[in-house]
Design a protein around this ligand. Structure first.
Ligand SMILES: NC(=O)c1ccc[n+]([C@@H]2O[C@H](COP(=O)([O-])OP(=O)(O)OC[C@H]3O[C@@H](n4cnc5c(N)ncnc54)[C@H](O)[C@@H]3O)[C@@H](O)[C@H]2O)c1
Length: 489
């Protein structure tokens, strides 16, 4: 079945189910282009709406918000109250079953570990998808969503809103115009985590509130007893659900680096951190990625580049020429591009780029200016046909490969006890130099105590496991509890 036929069938099916709703598919309106007129409204469903999802939905509430699914009905009550006409669900699968034919597009803002499931199910139903960052929890899931989005020709956007902003465009224009010369080193940092990290797994079990479906929250991760420490919000610091400070912020902070330097797969990665525990991300991380040379551009070469990431409040050394007193942390982090001609600095989301020399380049503008919000630009793309669609600023064709880099950083941190530079085969999604018999452990509990005035160390370690197998499991999770992803196209 061709992509266009399947899209038309979907629209026709939607027409029957959407009686009484505002969306009238273009096939009914008799449009020769087959697109949805901009004035027609999309039917949007939101999954994971209690936190960031509420803000994202507000950014698209000029459309019809017809369904909301959230595992925590107490946390989500303000959202449910705000959209009284939307049908409410705990389980997104039930919502897809019941409202599937009426839904045009889906907004996903659950915890990181369920983005791929919720999104893959939507895409295979032919729905457009807006997915919060990080796109997925693993490299494999990113690859899968990238390929599914391509196969189903739907409109996609990752929620790294800086990609629609002026800062990222300016960083790219300056680099591509040769304003800072060749870049062989970039340093990046964030002040996160601002949530609890570096903790052992809780030893106490809390009563699950009647308003929370804990099993649905855990989803494809290994089952664990409930504790209030995990959700809402603080799941970020727990490896099974989140990706620590790097996964949380790198989709914002590394985006101008990825785009401005045309990065592809890294060839090497190494990392270190404060105490590495089994379950919870460390308080501070330092990761070094090496990217091989890319094709030179007209005005600038793209040689091998090292990209350094610091989090937990650590920052790279201040480059020469940066004025004393100037805080390089702009909106949660910063980026320093070391070029052969100049040093370019910007904040998180690519905001406020400036050159240490003080020059203000007047480079030609090379990219589409996004005049709508990040959310509404996606709504626009949803209404265009695949053949005529102008891509959003962060479509999965770009966000998928980019997110692979982000979550690879987490692997570097979790494999740091191998004490080696890890070599990465991007196309095949595997490390190539982990010895076959290498074993790896992490700390379950620190056990540090002062005994008779002396420090006493009593680290409880996890059992050693085969490092290759552990790496593989982190690259592609074995889903638990009966959950499955569609197969890779
Ligand atoms: N772009 C940004 O600036 C930005 C800002 C904050 C958060 N985020 C991203 O948004 C996502 C959500 O983060 P948050 O801060 O809102 O977290 P949160 O815990 O505050 O909200 C997540 C919501 O999803 C619900 N949920 C979790 N699993 C679910 C499931 N399987 N099905 C349905 N609902 C589920 C939770 O109950 C909660 O209401 C994360 O991926 C995060 O990285 C992006």
């Amino acid at each position: 079945m061709s992509k266009k036929i399947s899209r038309r069938r979907f629209l026709q099916a939607g027409a029957t189910a959407a009686v009484g709703l505002t969306v009238v598919p273009s096939s009914v309106l008799g449009s020769s282009l087959g697109h949805v007129a901009p004035s027609d409204k999309l039917n949007i469903a939101g999954i994971g709406v209690g936190g960031r999802g509420f803000g994202v939905l507000k950014g698209m509430e000029s459309q019809n918000i017809i369904g909301l699914a959230d595992v925590d009905w107490k946390y989500s009550k303000p959202v449910f109250d705000h959209y009284p006409n939307a049908k409410k669900y705990y389980d997104y699968r039930k919502m897809y079953d019941e409202l599937g034919k009426s839904i045009d597009a889906v907004m996903v803002a659950t915890s990181d570990h369920t983005h791929a499931l919720v999104t893959a199910d939507a895409i295979t139903m032919g729905k457009h998808v807006y997915v919060e960052k990080p796109l997925t929890h693993t490299v494999y899931e990113s690859r899968l969503l990238t390929k599914l989005a391509d196969k189903y020709d739907i409109a996609t956007q990752m929620g790294n809103q800086g990609s629609s902003g002026e800062g990222v465009r300016q960083v790219c224009d300056w680099i591509w115009n040769g304003e800072i010369g060749e870049v062989t080193k970039v340093e990046t940092f964030t002040d996160r985590p601002i949530w609890p990290q570096g903790l052992p797994r809780p030893s106490t079990v809390d009563k699950v509130p009647s308003t929370l479906d804990w099993d649905l929250f855990v989803g494809p991760a290994p089952k664990r007893p409930f504790n209030h420490i995990y959700t809402p919000w603080n799941w970020r610091g727990w490896w099974d659900f989140g990706t620590g400070a790097l996964g949380d912020m790198a989709c914002h902070i590394l985006h101008p680096v990825f785009k401005g330097l045309n990065l592809g797969y890294p060839s090497k990665i190494q990392a270190s951190s404060t105490m590495l525990l089994t379950d919870c991300a460390p308080n501070a991380e330092f990761v070094t990625y090496t990217f091989p040379a890319r094709d030179n551009m007209k005005k600038v070469a793209m040689p091998e580049v090292e990209v350094l990431w610091y989090d937990g409040g650590l920052q790279p050394p201040r480059p020469a020429g940066v004025p004393n007193g100037k805080n390089l942390n702009d909106q949660g982090g910063g980026v320093i591009f070391h070029g052969t001609k100049d040093t370019l600095i910007c904040g998180c989301y690519g905001v406020n780029p400036w050159l240490v020399s003080g020059r203000k380049p007047n480079s030609p503008k090379t990219q589409r200016e996004v005049t709508l919000s990040h959310q509404m630009d996606w709504v626009r793309a949803c209404k265009e046909t695949p053949a005529n669609r102008i891509e959003t600023a962060s479509p999965f064709s770009e966000a998928g490969p980019f997110n692979e880099i982000v979550v690879l950083g987490v692997l570097g941190v979790r494999l740091q006890n191998l004490n080696q530079v890890l070599e990465w085969d991007g196309p095949n999604m595997k490390f190539t130099n982990i010895p076959e018999d290498a074993k790896i452990q992490a700390i379950i509990e620190d056990g540090f105590k002062i005994v008779d005035g002396h420090p006493s160390f009593n680290k409880k370690m996890s059992d050693p496991v085969n490092a290759r197998e552990m790496a593989q499991e982190m690259i592609k999770h074995t889903y638990q509890n009966g959950w499955n992803l569609p197969s890779m196209p």
